[in-house]
Write a protein that binds this ligand. Sequence first.
Ligand SMILES: C[S@@+](CC[C@H](N)C(=O)[O-])C[C@H]1O[C@@H](n2cnc3c(N)ncnc32)[C@H](O)[C@@H]1O
Length: 414
Amino acid sequence: MKWSPDELISFVAKVLYEVAANGLTLDYAFQKVKRNWRSLQSFKVFYDVSFDAVRHYYFLKFAASKLFGSSAMKAVAKAWFIYRADALLYNKDLVTRYKKRLLKRALARPEEALEQLEGLRDNAVEYLSVKYSYHPKIVSTLLSHLPQGEVERLLEAGNATWIWLRINTLKADIDKALRILEAEAEVEPHPKIPFVVLLKNAKRPVQYLEAVKRFLAIPQDLASIYAVLSLNPQPGDRIIDLAAAPGMKTSLIAQLAEGRAKIVAVDLSAKRVSRMRHLLKNLGAGGFVEVVRADSRALKTRRFDKALLDAPCTSSGAFTKEPAVKIYPRLEDAPKYSKLQKALLKNALSLASEVVYAVCSILPEEGEEVVTSVGAKAEKPLGDLASSYRGEVGGRTFPHVHKSEAFFISRLRE
Ligand SMILES: C[S@@+](CC[C@H](N)C(=O)[O-])C[C@H]1O[C@@H](n2cnc3c(N)ncnc32)[C@H](O)[C@@H]1O
């Protein structure tokens, strides 16, 4: 065996500490811990287990306090082993033996801890927060806008992982890209979007699939695809993307307009602009896009037919991809972002007759409130989106409805 369960638990406890105590994202935390670890043939199991432990942190912390009388990170990592190892580790004998060892010193049986969780039912925020492992502020925000049954389905679905792939028709036709993809993976077509498939099973991690390495298939969340579909890019359109880097949505605009739109991509960050140039080139969209570094709050330029504003935000809707968001949703940053979003949206409306506004956020302060503050007509752009929290000023995507991140998307016209 290449590693022991004790070693796995120590590693995961350190990652949990970096995320929960120091506020790092999962990948930063993982890389930091890995740097100071002995070299292993592969860290894949350690990464997958770290991801899962961060995703289930609040539940595991509760369980650790019942099982071991402690919510120290080591105890939380041990609780991971007891409740989650069966689902993630292949060596069933090892899992059974090690669980038995851990439970020898436990104060309660795993089922008893679960029964105690049911005892929290009277307090909906605490119960849902512990059961599905979300910061109580995420739960209370959702409960103030959606019925409890729906919130529960949303939270449960948010603990699943979906990998959507968009076929990059700038590089290959759909049949050819699918042939290459299906040689290594099983995919399910999206029922309505012909260039999108859901990855079901793959011989290797998505980034190593041949079709992905050749940029014929691009991992992209469905919510991000809906934002671009809301813009309905057409050949001949003049389109400006005002918060464009690293360019995922810009490249889809180029794809949907069949490379025949005039596209300008703007971003404030020099570093991200340079990444965007590189990415657009790799995706085959470089020749169709003019890249500009500018502050989109103040940018003055000729008029466009359409503008996309995929605004900077708290990313509180990104919990399916970034489990650290469930521990640290940073909702307190919303007022700062809301101010920035309003300034960006006002300027967007001065540059184009039609603006699609998108944010990866569960907060109305970054969604409904922003679009109603600017005095333009705002509407839900696509029938497939769920209703917005208030009125029909936009639509929302949710994990339990769309198998996607949680976005707010609106189309505005002067
Ligand atoms: C959500 S990200 C955009 C992601 C991108 N649309 C994509 O799909 O790849 C928001 C972007 O807004 C940029 N940004 C922040 N403030 C800005 C400003 N005042 N003007 C232009 N871009 C800004 C950030 O640098 C960041 O790249």
